[in-house]
Design a protein around this ligand. Structure first.
Ligand code: PGA
Length: 252
């Protein structure tokens, strides 16, 4: 049997500064060992996270595929890699929606990240309309099939209807597990067991245990709760307890 996938808890801070205390010694962004924890802040906070020895990711709007050149306002993947950025978030639905990023753009960003030795976390997810029309599997398949699946990547399943302040609700653990298992079935056989698939969409300390206990959910991409340090700490602690086999004792 292959070893279980290590849980990854990623804070997607979107266009928000780091919450107070995020860089302190007892910051939940630091908790590691059995669980990978990373911060994905704005460009302004990347360097302070790296200086504080927090594993840091960048948001894709900040990164250009070319290494250097005449691209006013951009910064390259290579520059981010050189400054210590380890992950990059690609294909978030907010970028797909507001900047018209296509499936092909997202794949190109992921490839550029890999070329610069940065690990891409690639978001996929259907809208509420697509789910109502029972097109969710078709949409996810389209989004997944263009990706560099033979490389080491992380996928984040983020149903759009479950994300952010306007979320209808979080996906239930069963709904999320069904989609994660479907996504896993689309991966090449030699990557199927090793690729991490995160869930994103209103994950909080209160629903993290049930979501993270699902066999195909390998962590969380956390938006709103990443800005509230104690809420984020709660999620990280649940992930730590589940990975050390102590999940049973947790109340939710
Ligand atoms: P949320 O955001 O946790 O606030 O729903 C998740 C995301 O958009 O990555």
């Amino acid at each position: 049997m292959s070893p279980p996938r290590k849980l990854l808890i990623a804070g997607n801070l979107k266009m928000n500064r780091l919450p107070e205390g995020a860089l302190e010694d007892d910051s939940p962004y630091r908790e590691g060992s059995n669980v990978d924890v990373i911060a994905i802040p704005t460009l302004l906070d990347i360097q302070s996270c790296i200086d504080a020895r927090i594993i840091t990711g960048a948001q894709i709007g900040q990164c250009h595929n070319e290494t250097t050149g005449a691209h006013t306002g951009d910064i390259s993947m290579q520059m981010l890699a050189d400054s210590g950025v380890r992950y990059v978030l690609c294909g978030h639905s907010e970028r797909r929606e507001f900047y018209g990023e296509t499936d092909e753009d997202v794949a190109a960003q992921a490839i550029a990240a890999l070329d610069a030795n940065i690990h891409p976390i690639i978001c996929v997810g259907e809208s509420s309309k697509e789910r109502e029309a029972e097109k969710h599997e078709k949409v996810i398949k389209r989004q997944i099939n263009v990706l560099p699946l033979e490389s080491d990547i992380t996928i984040a399943y983020e149903p759009i209807w479950a994300i952010g302040e306007n979320a209808l609700r979080a996906a239930t653990p069963e709904e999320a597990q069904t989609m994660h298992s479907f996504i896993r079935s689309l991966l090449p056989e030699d990557k199927r067991e090793s690729t991490r698939i995160l869930y994103g969409g209103s994950m909080k300390a209160a629903n993290a245990k049930e979501l993270l206990s699902q066999p195909d959910i390998d962590g969380g991409l956390i938006g709103g709760a990443s800005l509230q340090l104690e809420e984020f700490r709660g999620i990280v602690q649940i992930a730590l307890a589940l990975s050390s086999g102590e999940g049973e004792g947790l109340s939710t």
